[in-house]
Write a protein that binds this ligand. Structure first.
Ligand code: NDP
Length: 351
């Protein structure tokens, strides 16, 4: 059987595409990703980056309120996020995991089929296109919407690699509550909105959070900068670059050695954890050069205001093709566009 629309990914772009394709009777098949340890460490588990965040204050349609009852009534019982529920004792914005489960549910309600596996290989030489999953299944499809998003970057230090999972993390929300970080000093690297978000979140558990930035300025928005500056548990250090993650095999991370790139010399920050928030890399490795990418590895759109890629019938949506806006709402928007583009492509082909 040849599928009409295959969607690869499970963030806002993927679910928006699925909702539109399903409502157009195209019976989309979504590969939401595999629940593997590799994906956990890389930050590429099902439901993507939003599943690794807390409140989403800027997704239109979810002003702060008591959303608890609505979410419980809309999403199947076993997918309601429980670990964030205490937030809803007070007025609050929707959380990332809730938003993702709401979107997933909405796609499923209209007949979307979902496979919890990674697509590891695509053959795009000529349509219909072939794809293979990590679990060894093969599929054929007329169109593909690639919405695999992006993942967090690491510094690339040997010592960082050594302590991944033992104090080094790129996701405060996933790991911040672990006992090893409680009431201990922690280090966050980066000065963007993500870094401030991570640092702020970590102050719930840590004794102190040191934010290290490589230059003398944040990249974060003014409101987020203010949030960091006014939090008494956050200490900001400019001109610092991590030289080495200190630690031992038994206890994991014990500190961070950072060089001062303005004055020279190094300084050791005792810490039980290092959290990286230094930008992202698009998840395009599995494409193996079959779709044109830009110099940063993001999928290139070939036509203005269309989600066309270099391969006819293959469309891209969300962060995998966006190194500029990277917002949940822009991703959902391009997901919708990709589904409409796929629908029109199929109609033009008489399929
Ligand atoms: P950004 O690209 O905005 O920031 C990356 C930060 O990491 C910068 O401070 C950068 O420093 C630093 N950095 C990059 N590489 C290195 C390195 N090798 N060593 C040390 N520091 C490094 O990424 P974010 O992930 O923070 O944000 C991405 C997008 O997501 C943005 O559009 C942001 O607005 C959005 N976002 C919005 C949120 C919200 O609204 N609540 C929350 C989180 C993200 P330098 O400035 O020197 O290059």
């Amino acid at each position: 059987m040849t599928e009409h629309v295959v969607i690869i990914g499970s963030g806002p772009a993927a679910w928006a595409a699925a909702i539109y394709a399903a409502r157009a009777n195209l019976k989309p098949l979504v590969f939401e990703g595999a629940e593997t340890e590799e994906n956990r460490i890389a930050g590429t588990l099902p439901l993507g980056q939003l599943n690794l965040t807390t409140e989403v204050e800027n997704y239109p349609g979810f002003p702060a309120g008591l959303l608890h009852g609505y979410i419980r009534s809309a999403v199947v019982e076993n997918r309601v996020s429980t670990y964030l529920e205490p937030l809803h004792e007070h007025r609050h914005a929707v959380t990332g995991p809730e938003l993702m489960n709401l979107m997933r549910q909405q796609a499923e309600n209209f007949g979307t089929r979902i496979i919890t596996d990674d697509v590891v290989e695509l053959t795009l030489k000529k349509p219909p296109y072939q794809l293979k999953t990590l679990g060894g299944q093969n599929f054929e499809t007329h169109t593909i919407i690639i919405a695999t998003g992006a993942r967090a970057n690491y510094l690339g230090l040997e010592s960082e690699e050594r302590f991944k999972n033992r104090g080094v993390s790129a996701c405060a929300v996933c790991d911040g509550a672990l006992p090893r970080f409680r009431n201990k000093p922690l280090v966050v690297v980066g000065g963007g909105d993500s870094a401030v978000e991570e640092a702020t979140y970590l102050t719930k558990y840590a004794s102190t959070v040191h934010m290290l930035m490589r230059r003398d300025a944040f990249r974060a928005s003014k409101i987020m900068q203010e949030r960091a500056r006014t939090n008494p548990k956050i200490n900001i250090h400019y001109f610092r670059e991590v030289d080495e993650v200190l630690g031992d095999d038994k206890g994991g991370v014990t500190g961070i050695r950072a060089k001062n790139n303005r004055e020279g010399g190094t300084e050791d920050f005792p810490a039980s954890g290092l959290f990286l928030a230094i930008g992202h890399t698009p998840n395009t490795d599995f494409l193996k050069g079959q779709v044109a990418l830009n110099d940063k590895g993001y999928i290139k759109y070939t036509t203005l205001m269309r989600t066309y890629t270099s391969v006819p019938g293959v469309f891209a949506a969300g962060d995998v093709a966006d190194d500029y806006y990277r917002q949940a709402v822009t991703s959902a928007g391009t997901g919708c566009m990709a589904a409409l583009d796929a629908e029109r492509y199929l109609a033009a082909m008489g399929l």
